[in-house]
Design a protein around this ligand. Structure first.
Ligand code: S3P
Length: 178
């Protein structure tokens, strides 16, 4: 069986949705940021500070290639900037069904404003940065996605229901009565 992949901007809920989805669908969850931190034995912030963003982006592609060689039937949550690279979008597509969790800039800001672990948002005006990056990335997220899920105003269980419905549809698990 193929994987379920969650993409979207930082703070859109990929990790939380991914974790809950893994319980619901009884599949293990992989997070590219966590895989990279494990492999490198240092945090994303350290990687950015020491080796820069370009180095980190190459690690993301390496991580996706490895997942393509190994993973199946998992939930895969990926870093917010990963789908920007064309090669990564192709790799995501091969990995499985891709869901773009879409949230507004203000919502993202409220969720991440006190977080110091995301190097790209350690700027004077994070809200403007967030809005600019979302505008830039939205076309890439859409290009990578099989399904766009607007998370705005929805509970986690509503989001999970929507995802599950699409997964079942794709995998032909639709149960009929009788
Ligand atoms: C990034 C998002 C982060 C992490 C890194 C860069 C981005 O992941 O990969 O800080 O470019 O949007 P999350 O989306 O899981 O926060």
């Amino acid at each position: 069986m193929e994987n379920v992949i969650l993409i979207g901007f930082m703070g859109c809920g990929k990790s939380t949705v991914g974790l809950r989805l893994s319980y619901r669908l009884r599949r293990t969850i992989v997070d590219t940021d966590k895989e990279i931190e494990k492999e490198e034995k240092r945090t994303i912030s350290d990687i950015f500070a020491t080796d820069g963003e370009a180095y980190f982006r190459n690690l993301e592609t390496d991580c996706l290639r490895k997942l393509n060689d190994s993973a199946g039937n998992q939930i895969i949550s990926v870093g917010g900037g990963l789908p920007v690279r064309e090669e990564n979008r192709a790799l995501l597509h091969e990995l499985g069904q891709v869901f773009y969790l879409r949230a507004e800039g203000e919502t993202i800001y409220e969720r991440v404003k006190d977080d110091t672990t995301r190097p790209l948002l350690q700027v004077e005006d994070p809200l403007t940065r967030i809005k600019t990056l979302i505008e830039e990335r939205d076309p890439y997220y859409r290009a990578a996605a099989d399904v766009v899920i607007t998370v705005e105003g929805k509970s986690f269980s509503q989001i999970l229901d929507e995802i599950e419905e699409h997964v079942n549809e794709r995998e032909g698990n639709n149960l009929t009565e009788g």
